[in-house]
Design a protein around this ligand. Sequence first.
Ligand code: SME
Length: 151
Amino acid sequence: MTVDYPTLAKVIASLTEGEDDPIALMATVACEVHQSDARFDWTGFYRVTAPETLKIGPYQGGHGCLTIPFGKGVCGAAARTGKVQLVPDVEAFPGHIACAASTRSEIVLPVFGKGGRLIGVFDIDSDRPDAFREEDAVGLSAILASVFGTR
Ligand code: SME
């Protein structure tokens, strides 16, 4: 129940080399991360498209909500605070948006583009309770930083 994050980072780096279109990058990251672990039942991005507003981006899994205000849900909390949200039990998180009734736990990471601007959030939902660990936050943050932050 773990991901080899350094190897995953290398695969994603080689697939995305030379690309700077954010949607192409998000689609590739969502695909590769989703397939890296059976814990991940929904994997995808929400993009900042207007002030305080997140819109669905590339994802893998069942349909997601199309719009999430910064004031709502785990995704909104990540966008608002700029901090990783690790939620072991979604039912205990006030304002959690239940897109799939099967979701039990989730991790949402802020995504920063060049110059440290918030461009969206990366959301992974699991049907397993307490599915995510600090090492997921560390490994995923490193991947997001190298794909979106440094070019
Ligand atoms: N993780 C979300 C909701 C689920 S998505 O629409 C797939 C939240 O921020 O509560």
